[in-house]
Ligand binder design. Structure first.
Ligand code: HEM
Length: 549
């Protein structure tokens, strides 16, 4: 009845040694060696790992040579890769915020205006420059040495080919079609409509008769104003301050565009199937992307019908010019190009201006003395509504300079990315002014944040000094890029920005909207933060508008 067998629990335990064999005193027989398949598996893994490490080391030296041994930021992942951009900015990973976070240190510490980012693990090396001379060589259209490659313009190509992504003859075609829309008549219309929109905004938001208005996120106002203006003056499609929603659409045009712009990184990184998951942010991005296409198609179709029906063919806004070109042989624009340019110009034409206005309002809130100066200028040059004219606007030098200085500190177009299309040379980009050979295929970037904080170009670069721009010639407005590929919307944005500030500041004083117990310095530390999305700018800016007596 009683078993003489010992239960397994009573058996002496074997403690495996570091090598994995049984100790010598163990009563059990030594464990058998791992089966051949397991041994094979571990040696395959080890060999692969060794090969990977060797390939990375070889790549590293190849990349150093490719970037001409320029002073380098060594990193695990290239900042211009989906992975690198999605990881936070740390000493081991520049991420997509390094241009802002390290704007005052990286070039200084490396002792050069042109540097390289050399990744160990993933991605390709990148040459960055904060030198104006080198930047001009990179973006010039005089040679074909540098071009925009598809992978860096992909995010703008979702709806079709466009001027921003194009190179060579294709770019010239887009430019020829679009350029006539940027005329004095357009700028006059931008001026009148901006003044109207500021007045409409104050009325619709119920500011009349109030001593102060708190705006927790001023960006909501600037985005809306800028979208109305590009839609009205650029596309001949008048939008009202009370947002229009197309019948059956899930979101408004403005919301769809804003979500598309802010969700671009998400869209690049997240696979298509994931949008079916119950994740709010992904669903918002998906809704915005699916709504924007029909919005734009509807805009184009309506204009086509109007142009066929009556004399609207005489209109020369961007959309009408592109539709006219779609019927011509010489500079024919396909339906895909029409959609691509519509998206590009709507986005580039409003997000950039809005982000610059956010920065301008934040900086004015921090600098009451400059604000008073601007107010004086506006009231002297434009004492009444009748004087508030486009013709008089050229004299608002101080007001325009505030917009320009905000754009210098927060340049909306923060990277000009090009690839070397052939073996070439960057003159004077190396140590001691040496030429830097750039092999075909090398990626080079004009770091617009670094360039606009370069103390050799802008002494005391962190200081807000609008007077830097008082006497500036149009060619010196570096925040809009340089040469033939300068931003075509430059004067559009300047007219809009100057008018918006002048119209608002003559009635209202802008001040920081602080949290309970927060002083202006703490407000500055909280709010003065660069944020890179589709474009670059400040994050959310909370302000108070105080009525002037
Ligand atoms: C403060 C406002 C703005 C800033 C700072 C700005 C800046 C820039 C920069 C730096 C570029 C060159 C990008 C590159 O080469 O990679 C650019 C290109 C462009 N911008 Fe602007 N922009 C502004 C407003 C506007 C507006 C209002 C419009 C349209 C109405 C516009 C339309 C464009 C277009 C179509 C391009 C592509 C031009 C080409 O590739 O030839 N921008 N902008």
């Amino acid at each position: 009845m009683f078993s003489t067998m010992r239960s397994p629990e009573a058996a002496p335990r074997c403690v495996p040694t570091f090598e994995g064999t049984a100790p010598s005193h163990c009563c059990l027989p030594p464990s058998p060696p791992p089966p051949p398949t397991a041994r094979m598996f571990s040696s395959v893994v080890f060999t692969l790992l060794a090969l990977f490490v060797a390939s990375r080391v070889m790549n590293y030296f190849k990349y150093r040579k490719q970037t001409a041994y320029l002073p380098a930021m060594h990193c695990l992942v290239s900042p211009i890769s989906a992975l690198g951009a999605s990881l936070p900015t740390r000493w081991w990973n520049p991420g997509h915020q390094w241009q802002w976070k390290w704007r005052l240190t990286v070039y200084r510490d490396l002792g050069a205006e042109t540097i390289a980012a050399v990744p160990f693990l993933f991605g390709v090396p990148v040459i960055y420059t904060s030198s104006l001379e080198v930047a001009k060589q990179i973006v010039t259209t005089k040679t074909t040495a540098f071009h925009k490659s598809r992978d860096t313009t992909e995010i703008t190509l979702i709806w079709g080919p466009n001027i921003f992504a194009a190179n060579g003859d294709e770019w010239k075609k887009h430019k020829r079609v679009i350029s006539p829309a940027f005329s004095q008549e357009t700028y006059a219309s931008v001026w009148e409509n901006t003044a109207r929109v500021v007045d409409e905004m104050a009325a619709a938001e119920g500011w009349a008769g109030r001593a102060a208005v708190d705006i927790p996120v001023v960006n909501t106002l600037t985005y809306k104003a800028a979208l109305i203006l590009i839609s009205t003056c650029g596309f001949g499609n008048a939008l009202s301050w009370r947002t229009e929603t197309a019948p059956g659409a899930a979101v408004s045009f403005a919301d769809a565009l804003a979500t598309v712009a802010s969700g671009i990184l998400v869209r690049l990184l997240v696979p298509r199937w994931a949008y079916k998951l119950p994740i709010k942010k992904l669903q918002e991005v998906e809704t915005a992307y699916t709504s924007l296409g029909p919005f734009m198609r509807d805009l184009i179709a309506r204009r086509r019908r109007e142009m066929e029906a009556d004399g609207a063919a005489a209109r020369d806004d961007i959309l009408s010019l592109m539709i006219k070109a779609s019927h011509e042989e010489k500079y024919n624009m396909s339906d895909a190009e029409l959609m691509g340019n519509t998206f590009l110009l709507l986005s580039a034409g409003h997000d950039t201006s809005a982000r610059t206005l956010d920065a301008a309002l934040m900086l004015l809130a921090l600098h009451p003395e400059i604000q008073e100066d601007v107010h004086r200028e506006v009231t002297e040059i434009m004492p009444t509504d009748d004087d508030f004219t486009f013709a008089n606007s050229a004299r608002l030098v101080k007001t325009r300079s505030v917009f320009l200085e905000a754009s210098r500190l927060f340049p909306a177009g923060f990277m000009l990315i090009r690839d070397a299309a052939e073996d070439t040379v960057l003159r004077g980009a190396g140590r001691g002014g040496a030429d830097v050979p750039v092999p075909r295929g090398t990626r080079v970037v004009v770091d617009m944040v670094g360039l606009h904080h370069n103390p050799a170009l802008y002494p005391d670069p962190e200081a807000f000094v609008p007077a830097r721009w008082h006497a500036a010639h149009e060619n010196e407005l570096t925040m809009f890029s340089f040469g033939a590929r300068t931003c075509p919307g430059r004067r559009f944005a300047l007219t809009e920005g100057t008018c918006f500030l002048a119209r608002l500041l003559r009635r209202w004083r802008v001040a920081p909207l602080t949290l309970p117990g927060e002083d202006v310095e703490a407000w500055r530390a909280r709010v003065y933060q660069g944020r890179m999305l589709f474009n670059f700018g400040v994050g959310e800016v909370p302000v108070r508008f105080e009525a002037r007596g």
